[in-house]
Design a protein around this ligand. Structure first.
Ligand code: NAD
Length: 478
């Protein structure tokens, strides 16, 4: 059995107390035991990162680029093995997990390139003879806190730019996915990263996470997770006057217009709402459907849902894996239950499934006859649950789409250029999809949302530099 440890100052550090890493597809399958670090390990990790920072932040960009490239190559070369590991601990299907591993590898390779082209500017000063230089420098030690639903891609998309621009890292991954975090630490270490530049501390959010955000040796915090935890981080960061970047929940709308290609609409809904077990911050949990196409859309979607196999994440026949754990499963059922109590009709799914292996299996759930004010359409479920909200026309559909405290991703399925253009312009979301699922984004472009979904500079692509560097303006009089 595996034992997952924290990685501090280039050394693996275990603890007496451990937690179980259980396979959600088969709860009899205990994958390993994870260390439960405490505040002392956070202190040691931050101290190691602070010690490593002066040398790393001034290290040759070629060295940084090479380490990131080697890391990306190893992740890509081990895609099948790491995909199995990720599918086993998180429960997404092997295809989805391997795709996530590939994405993580590609992010490291993209950032290997960015390390070599850190931009600056040279301008004439308003004072004669003087020149002004605008350069970017590393911020310092970055505290990172990540969720369980993308166990390698999210740590990758935070770590890769942090290292590319010369920062040191202390990361606390989610308790449910220690194996993927350990793999990343191991690969970075063997790729030649100096000791102390990347530190991993396994443990509870309320202990390790809280200690990390309160630690005076942390210069910035990058967080992905739920809104409640994010708000707490924002307050602490503000009181310490350090920068923070928060990526949080979503209640993403997919608008289906009467003029939509029905096949595209159904596939977008199926993928966006239910694949990855709906456990994506970009999942389309609100399907806003124009009245002319409503009945046909619902009928076709239900018939596609009936053909979906829910099963063990490693079974090649599986389309949707299990829910990540019992707590999330119960929370999903309670959302469905309360939606029905509010008057929604459960037209399909929403049931616990007993399959060949004991796991947290749930059939994807579709609720109809809902309206946007219902709790089910305002609160994030984070499971395979979607509801249909009827709309009379484009204006009503757009108003419903925007009537949410979140603003991560949104989508429209239409053949009308006018509707597509108007939706793209007026949707209050950070990412807008036309004739494509709300989930599923490219690794080389900015990722993030508006309103309660995101706070601070964007992650990923060239925009990641905004968070991970500090701008310096230098005046030179020769
Ligand atoms: P969570 O907020 O429960 O946990 C996220 C991380 O925060 C974990 O590592 C957890 O241990 C840590 N944490 C918990 N309490 C803490 C505290 N008091 N102080 C510091 N850290 C603490 O979220 P989750 O259940 O792991 O993930 C699901 C959530 O993540 C959903 O809301 C989802 O929408 C969101 N998410 C957002 C994005 C995005 O990019 N917008 C991507 C993926 C997931």
């Amino acid at each position: 059995m595996e034992s997952y440890k924290s990685f501090i100052g280039g050394k693996w550090v275990g603890t007496e107390a451990t937690t179980h890493n259980v396979n959600p597809s088969d709860t009899k399958d205990l994958l390993g035991l994870a260390a439960q670090s405490g505040i002392e390990h956070v202190n040691q990790a931050v101290a190691a990162a602070r010690e490593a920072f002066p040398a790393w932040s001034t290290s040759p960009i070629q060295l940084r680029s090479r380490i990131l490239d080697v890391t990306g190559n190893e992740i890509l070369a081990r895609r099948d093995e790491l995909g199995r590991l990720l599918a086993s601990e998180e429960g997404k299907t092997l295809r989805e997990a391997t795709g996530e591993v590939i994405r993580a590898g590609e992010i490291f390779k993209f950032m290997a390139g960015e390390a070599l082209r850190i931009p600056g500017e040279v301008l004439d000063s308003t004072r004669p003879g003087m020149t002004v230089e605008i350069t970017r420098e590393a911020v310092g030690v970055i505290g990172m806190i990540t969720p369980w639903n993308f166990p390698i891609a999210i740590p990758a998309w935070k770590t890769a730019p942090a290292l590319a621009f010369g920062n040191c890292v202390v990361i606390k991954p989610a308790e449910l996915v220690p194996a993927s975090a350990q793999v990343l630490a191991d690969i970075l270490h063997r790729a030649g990263l100096p000791d102390g530049v990347f530190n991993l501390v396994l443990g509870k959010g309320s202990v390790v996470g809280q200690a990390l955000i309160e630690h005076p040796g942390i210069d910035a915090i990058s967080f992905t997770g739920s809104q409640g935890v994010g708000e707490n981080i924002a307050q602490i960061a503000a009181s310490r006057m350090i920068r923070c970047q928060l990526e949080m929940g979503g209640k993403n709308p997919l608008v289906v217009m009467d003029d939509a290609d029905i096949d595209i609409a159904v596939e977008c809904a199926l993928d966006g709402s239910f694949f990855a077990t709906g456990q994506r911050c970009t999942a389309s949990s609100r399907l806003i459907v124009q009245s002319g196409i409503h009945d046909q859309f619902v009928e076709r979607l239900v018939s596609r849902m009936k053909a979906i196999n829910v099963g063990h994440a490693l079974d090649p026949q599986t389309h949707i894996g299990p829910v990540v754990d019992l707590r999330q499963l119960e929370s999903n059922f309670s959302h469905v239950h309360s939606a029905r109590a509010e008057g929604a009709e459960l037209i399909y799914g929403g049931e616990r499934l007993d399959l060949a292996t004991p796991g947290f299996y749930m059939s994807p759930a579709l609720l109809i006859a809902t309206h946007n004010d219902m709790k089910i359409n305002q609160d994030e479920v984070f499971g395979p649950v979607a509801s249909v909200i009827p709309a009379a026309d484009f204006d009503e559909a757009l108003a419903i789409a925007n009537n949410t405290r979140f603003g991560l991703s949104s989508g429209i399925v239409t053949r009308s250029l006018k509707h597509a253009a108007a939706f793209k312009r007026h949707s209050q979301a950070g990412m807008v999809m036309v004739n494509a699922p709300t989930a599923g984004v490219d690794p080389h472009v900015p990722f993030g949302g508006r309103k309660a979904s995101s706070f601070g500079p964007r992650e990923q692509g060239r925009y990641a530099i905004e968070f991970y560097t500090s701008v310096k303006t230098s005046y030179i009089q020769p």
